[in-house]
Design a protein around this ligand. Structure first.
Ligand code: NAD
Length: 289
């Protein structure tokens, strides 16, 4: 049971974590700190938090657990600000979509208190942001990846895993490097591909006609192009190396497809589509709903 939980950045993820832990009866008092007064008022009225702190430093004062759930580019300043105010037994974690940059920021900002920081990433979300989109069941049946540090006490890692399980999530562990490599391919690249297609069409003279007739294929492919621009700017910059590798691989695959189309090679096109279609069907068959 957490006596005082501090959430820095009470948006979709921070708000959902608060609602889920409250519903699970795992927390007595939740304090939030954020940038926008309107969002914090909303967090209070939705029951995600019990009190609004004037700053991140004030929020963590006396807390026994802290979740940092701001865009990853804002994390270095948050770590620096909260470091002097963290009690020795306070567990600190984050929800950032990238891990190596967040770990580096935590090392530099938290100093020797980095041992109290167990990095995490819930693989759940939506293209909507802000606490108004938060849901107590957002993490139910979803994976949460922890990338523990060598300095972490095993008991702290176990404590954090138990909190995420109380939110209904399944918990996995991997290195921060493996995390960033995998998510560059299955999350960061698809977001860039969706942003690119929509941006290309939106910039055309006849954009209105294209969008008017776009159907469900376009809707499915581009759903994530409605995601939070600030958050995705930070992710693209934070995971630059792995993302560049994946962009190059995708451009190569598109060039291959372009060649096949240009040459009119139906047999090769069908073979490629067959492979991709089977892999996609296999993935949906084994994926949790
Ligand atoms: P969000 O925009 O819904 O919430 C972020 C909140 O942080 C906002 O309320 C914003 O006002 C506040 N904030 C921004 N900068 C701040 C600062 N410097 N100090 C205090 N508050 C600040 O975003 P979200 O979707 O909840 O994402 C939060 C984190 O979780 C990000 O690091 C993101 O990479 C990660 N994440 C997002 C998803 C997703 O699909 N949305 C999934 C997994 C992880």
């Amino acid at each position: 049971m957490i006596r005082r939980l501090a959430i820095i950045g009470v948006g979709l993820i921070g708000g959902s974590f608060a609602l889920a832990l409250r519903r699970a009866g795992q927390v007595a008092h939740i304090v939030g700190a954020g940038r926008s007064r309107a969002n914090m008022e909303r967090a209070l009225s939705l029951g995600a938090i019990d009190a609004v702190a004037g700053s991140a430093a004030e929020a963590v004062d006396g807390a026994d657990a802290v979740l940092v759930a701001v865009p990853v580019g804002a994390m270095p300043a948050v770590f620096r600000e909260i470091a002097p105010h963290l009690a020795a037994d306070c567990l600190v974690t984050d929800a950032g979509s990238t891990k190596q940059d967040v770990v580096a920021a935590a090392r530099s900002g938290l100093g020797e208190k980095v041992a109290q920081f167990v990095p995490g990433h819930p693989i759940a979300g939506a293209e909507h942001s802000g606490v108004a989109a938060a849901r107590a069941d957002l993490f139910r049946g979803r994976n949460v990846v922890l990338t523990p540090l060598p300095e972490n006490a095993p008991a702290d890692v176990a404590r954090l895993a138990a909190l995420w399980r109380a939110c209904g999530a399944e918990v996995a562990e991997m290195s921060a490097e493996a995390h960033d490599r995998i998510f560059a391919a299955v999350s960061h690249l698809p977001h860039l591909a969706a942003f690119a297609l929509v941006d290309d069409l939106a910039g055309r003279a006849e954009a209105e006609s294209y969008f008017r007739y776009a159907g469900s294929g376009f809707r499915d492919f581009t759903r994530i192009a409605g995601s939070h621009p600030e958050m995705w700017r930070d992710i693209a910059l934070a995971n630059r190396e792995a993302l560049l590798t994946e962009l190059d691989a995708y451009v190569d695959e598109l060039s291959l497809l372009r060649d096949l189309v240009a040459r009119g090679d139906g047999e090769a096109l069908e073979a490629l589509f067959k492979r991709a279609s089977a892999a996609r069907q296999n993935w949906t068959k084994h994926r949790k709903p």
